[in-house]
Design a binder for this molecule. Structure first.
Ligand code: 3PY
Ligand code: MG
Length: 256
């Protein structure tokens, strides 16, 4: 993985933990604040938000201003959505609900230019500096630097995990605890032994396959626990969750 321009790839290569947070608003200032606070990446969500490419491009710009990697969670495993996110300049993608190796391969085909994949080329998009980046060089750099993550968040994905882990161009698997718990019939029961055991098995099988694991963590305590279990990419809370927690605490402190 070495010698990439992508900070997430660099940190993983150095054996360091990578820290990010979700962006659920359409507010570039939230991205800048997380960057200046010291996070390594923001995960700009379009699965559970109304944000479109018009908002995403400005959130990506804010990430560049603050020196933080912009990763976009697309709405679905659709090559047109992956292309849009990457063409506006996302440095990584997260694809929800990937349940088979074939679906993981489809993600790779959509995210990589040839010969590895079949991402459509337009040398004049923002990611290619509107044509100021020589196309041949741009294509090679994009293939090397884009960080590809897929979500393991349904029982079907757990059943197919070894085949999914075999898709080498996928840079990391991302465990979605909320959907996974629902898929197991244990919605929100994150301390349930069956849920914990399943997540621990996912982490140990991915670690054996040398595939980094990302996890959505509710807070710092939860993040530390998963880091100690082998998760190397921590996505902790979101801009909205951080604001909600700070607002709640402020009023509790004030009112006693
Ligand atoms: C889930 O927990 O289902 C997620 O997608 C979290 O990001
Ligand atoms: Mg999910």
């Amino acid at each position: 993985m070495g010698l990439s321009d992508n900070k997430i790839k660099q940190l993983l290569y150095q054996g360091r933990t990578v820290k990010g947070s979700f962006i659920f608003t359409r507010e570039p200032a939230c991205v800048e604040i997380l960057g200046y606070a010291g996070f390594d990446f923001v995960l700009i969500d379009t699965e559970h938000t109304p944000n479109t490419s018009t908002e995403v491009v400005n959130l990506v710009r804010a990430a560049e201003v603050a020196g933080i990697e912009p990763v976009v969670r697309v709405r679905a495993n659709d090559p047109a959505l992956i292309l849009q996110a990457l063409d506006v300049g996302a440095k990584g993608i997260l694809v929800p609900r990937v349940n088979t190796a074939a679906e993981a391969q489809a993600v790779v085909r959509a995210a990589k230019y040839g010969p590895t994949g079949e991402r459509g080329i337009a040398g004049i998009v923002r990611a290619a500096k509107y044509g100021f980046a020589p196309t041949e060089k741009y294509v090679v750099n994009a293939n090397k630097n884009i960080f590809i993550m897929i979500q393991v968040e349904e029982v079907e994905a757990v059943d197919n995990l070894d085949e999914i882990l075999g898709v080498t161009e996928v840079d990391a698997i991302f465990i979605g605890p909320v959907d996974l718990s629902q898929s197991m019939g244990l919605t929100g029961q994150f301390d349930h032994p069956e849920f914990r055991g399943t997540v621990e098995r996912i982490i140990s099988r991915a670690t054996m396959a040398k595939k980094p694991v990302a996890m959505f963590c509710l807070n710092s305590e939860n993040a530390k626990m998963w880091e100690n279990t082998g998760v190397s990419i921590l996505t902790i809370a979101s801009d909205t969750m951080l604001l909600a927690a700070a607002a709640k605490k402020l009023l509790q402190d004030l009112d006693g």
